[in-house]
Design a protein around this ligand. Structure first.
Ligand code: ATP
Length: 211
């Protein structure tokens, strides 16, 4: 059972998945809230009945999963729709994520929350917040390289997210991902040692044992 949660966040294309994979390679449990959201809104997903009850069957694709394009159109024409969807999804994501954190058998867990800054509430569950950061120009370049999105589309997503200063303001730790991916390993190694130590200290404080 893991009782030390490191919240991992960063803007689109900043390198969260890459960094998560490096922690996972060191044996750390990684819980990804995006993945939980995908499962909840897949065909037969736990959230689908309440989403259909709220928005109608037109919000699903042929298989019964959330139709993301239809949802995007709805959110565009009705700004309150996003809040209604989030009110249905967030408590479910939080419940499943925190259960997974508690069930993890590693000394600490990485809880990947892309919108940790934007959707308040996550920070209170985290013992530490780790932000992956890189220049906006690199974010745009990397997202364009791996998707079909045009530059203006990536920039529109960026401007809807928190900015780098807002993320840095809540960071306990920061990974600079402006360089080659190969340099990330050393940064993750150092953080891994620190988190193991902090998790040990928290456990010792809880059980009254000496470190
Ligand atoms: P998203 O928010 O879109 O899920 P992310 O924050 O998880 O993105 P990654 O998927 O890790 O970011 O990285 C975005 C892209 O940039 C990927 O194609 C990844 O391989 C690449 N990338 C990550 N770090 C670097 C780096 N230091 N140098 C070059 N490419 C990188």
């Amino acid at each position: 059972m893991s009782d030390f949660i490191v919240g991992l966040t960063g803007g689109i294309g900043s390198g969260k998945t890459t960094v998560s994979a490096l922690f996972a390679a060191r044996g750390v449990s990684v819980i990804d809230t995006d993945e939980i959201a995908r499962q909840l809104t897949a065909a037969g997903g736990e959230a689908m009945p309440v989403i259909v009850a709220e928005f109608g069957p037109g919000i699903t694709d042929g298989a019964g999963a959330l139709d993301r394009n239809a949802m995007r159109r709805l959110v565009f024409s009705d700004p309150g729709a996003r809040q209604r969807l989030e009110a249905l999804l967030h408590p479910r994501i939080a419940r499943i994520a925190l259960q997974a954190c508690a069930a993890a058998s590693t000394p600490y867990v990485i809880l990947a929350v892309p919108l940790l800054v934007e959707s308040g509430g996550w920070k209170e569950y985290c013992d530490r917040v780790l932000v992956v950061d890189c220049d906006e120009a690199l974010q745009v370049k990397r997202v364009m390289a791996r998707s079909q999105l045009a530059e203006n589309e990536v920039r529109a997503i960026l401007s809807a997210q928190a900015n780098r200063a807002q993320r840095q303001a809540i960071a306990d730790d920061l990974i600079d991902n402006n360089a080659e991916p190969s340099v990330l390993a050393a940064a993750v190694d150092a953080l891994h040692l620190r988190y193991l130590d902090l998790a040990r200290q928290k456990l010792a404080a809880k059980t009254g044992a000496k470190c």
